[in-house]
Design a protein around this ligand. Structure first.
Ligand code: FES
Length: 566
């Protein structure tokens, strides 16, 4: 450990050090005399993914004490993916603000960030990046495999799958209830390669966790060791003055994109990575994802793209093994929170089960699983998870069937009178950052029941919404600008021809410009339903999907500032 910080340089010394009336007041209540380590904990009883984080915080504290620090556990806004409506994404920025302001306003020298359920990882990191105090991320870990009838069940992915079959009438009530009872067996985040597993993996790939951290199941005893190790290490990081913005460089983000492709990660990662990079003052244009994707094979054979689950991924060698297999595609000199380079952290890593983590010679797919589309329907970009899309639709032109918003979709999708066939393109409007609001995961529009009953299982679907990382299908997402602000998606009408061309990276509305000009003149911006509190702030200041959906006033250029201590 290289000590750069002297005790009197500690940030907390400003509170506890001075021989002033205020210093007296601070010391009279608490006398750390050591680096103060915040354990920012997104635990709550309403978040089953984080049910174990209260216990883990105790393990972190033991590590902090062992290394000569002073731990303080601080609760943070507990975004729970399952229950938070209308969309947990609406609240990612609130957690980021909560984290940043706790770190700013309190006598903190370094932080362990505890999260994992989808939005908690980017939310915690965004706040910590902006405050730029030494920080280490402790992933909550995936839950154990689900089980039904002797078959493994994966969060989300198998819910979509069996719900579709139930709608088609092929799953009995008894089986449906048994699936419900077997799909979530333990604490931890969704154990498919959904947004949670993706974002924690990318956090490790960027060097913000201890090596190997992201794959350890929540209930594995190694997860307790990881918590203690993270507690010990953060104290050293404070003395070394190692800060997030030194670790999160452009090459570190490129590593994250490369790993995102190799794991077949969630499309949500694109929005979060853009937002994280912008907090660091870095620009991650969507085209960069497309530039990296063709060079990277998909190696993780994990649902929804593959067969296995995160517990299998851990036993197969975990993220270090996967990264070691693509080491030639990574920036290995990036520094990480343990003070070592990525190259050093990958030494000795190897694939134990090559069916779960594929070798380069036998990838799940030759190229990365995500494509960025541009065109007259998406001037600022749209995203499609190619790995989850039926090859028949990679080049497809069809007539639009338009749903004005989600209630309209719910009301009409299964109607016998809906004019739709398997070549139609389902379009959902008003589901973006402002339209949702909060860009809900409505992007995997349901297949109309009458088509399901005829055996149809995939169609082209287009929206300005997001899609759960556990979902699949030919779903074009994140269309930007969104329909709510008058993007071209707002102008689509039933019967309009739309072309999706994944090879050419195009998404086009085939309607003459003069017709569109007329429709644009008639278009009226919707009147928002809510106009108070956080939602009012959100509506006023959130950016579009291609800019990461962060608040404009939280960009890197905003002065940080330290509180005055009077
Ligand atoms: Fe928490 Fe899926 S519900 S990660």
């Amino acid at each position: 450990m290289t000590t750069k910080t002297k005790p009197e340089d500690l940030r907390s010394f400003r509170w506890f050090g001075p021989d002033t009336m205020r210093g007296f007041s601070h010391r009279s209540r608490m006398l750390p005399g050591k680096p103060v380590i915040a354990i920012i904990n997104t635990w709550s009883e309403i978040n089953p993914c984080h049910a174990h984080l209260r216990e883990r915080a105790e393990a972190v504290k033991r590590g902090v004490w062992q290394a000569g620090g002073f731990p303080v556990e601080i609760p943070a806004f507990s975004i729970t993916e399952t229950y938070m409506k209308p969309s947990p994404m609406l609240y990612r920025n609130l957690l980021a603000m909560d984290t940043e302001e706790s770190l700013r306003s309190l006598p903190i020298d370094g932080a362990v960030l505890m999260g994992g359920c989808d939005k908690t990882t980017p939310g915690l990191l965004m706040g910590a990046i902006s405050m730029n105090l030494p920080a280490i991320f402790l992933p909550a870990g995936p839950m154990l495999r689900g089980n039904w009838n002797g078959q493994p069940l994966g969060s989300g992915t198998d819910l979509w799958k069996y719900w579709t079959e139930r709608c088609a009438g092929t799953v009995s009530d008894e089986d449906w209830n048994a699936i419900e009872g077997g799909i979530a067996r333990s604490p931890g985040f969704c154990m498919t390669m959904g947004t949670a597993a993706t974002m924690t993996a990318l956090t490790e790939a960027m060097g913000m966790t201890l090596p190997g951290a992201s794959s350890i199941p929540a209930t594995d005893s190694n997860h307790v060791r990881l918590a203690m190790d993270s507690g010990r290490r953060i104290v050293e990081m404070v003395w070394e003055d190692s800060r997030p913005q030194e670790i999160l460089t452009l090459p570190a983000f490129r590593n994250a994109i490369t790993v995102d492709m190799a794991i077949g990660g969630s499309t949500n990662a694109i929005i979060h990575l853009v937002a994280l990079a912008r907090r660091c003052g870095l620009d991650l244009p969507l085209r960069l994802f497309d530039e990296i994707a063709p060079r990277v094979p998909v190696l993780a054979n994990i649902r929804p793209n593959g067969e296995y689950l995160m517990e299998d991924f851990y036993y197969a060698g975990g993220l270090r093994a996967l990264m070691a297999e693509i080491r030639d595609l990574l920036h290995l000199d990036c520094r990480t929170v343990n003070g070592k380079t990525m190259a050093e952290n990958l030494e000795g890593a190897r694939i134990v089960n090559p069916d779960v983590i594929r070798h380069r010679e036998a990838p799940l797919s030759e190229t990365g699983g995500t494509a960025i589309l541009y065109g007259s329907l998406a001037p600022d970009g749209a995203v499609i998870k190619t790995a989850a899309a039926d090859r028949r639709f990679w080049r497809h032109t069809g007539p639009a069937v338009v749903f004005h918003d989600y209630p309209d979709l719910e009301a009409r999708i299964n109607g016998e009178d809906l004019q739709v066939d398997e070549n139609s393109i389902l379009v959902l409007q008003h589901a973006g950052p402002l339209g949702g609001p909060g860009m809900p995961e409505w992007g995997m529009l349901p297949i109309p029941k009458k088509l399901l009953q005829r055996g149809v299982r995939d169609m082209v679907r287009i929206s300005d919404a997001r899609m759960s990382g556990t979902a699949y299908g030919t779903c074009v997402l994140h269309v930007s600008p969104e329909s709510y602000v008058g993007g071209p998606l707002a102008l689509v009408r039933d019967g309009d021809a739309i072309t999706l061309d994944i090879a050419d990276r195009r998404l086009d509305l085939l309607v003459p410009e003069e017709e569109l000009t007329g429709r644009r003149a008639q278009w009226k911006r919707p009147i928002p339903k809510e106009e108070r509190g956080y939602l009012a702030l959100y509506r006023e200041r959130v950016t579009q999907a291609h800019l990461g959906c962060d608040f404009d006033f939280l960009s890197h250029d905003t002065p940080l500032g330290e509180p005055e201590i009077f």
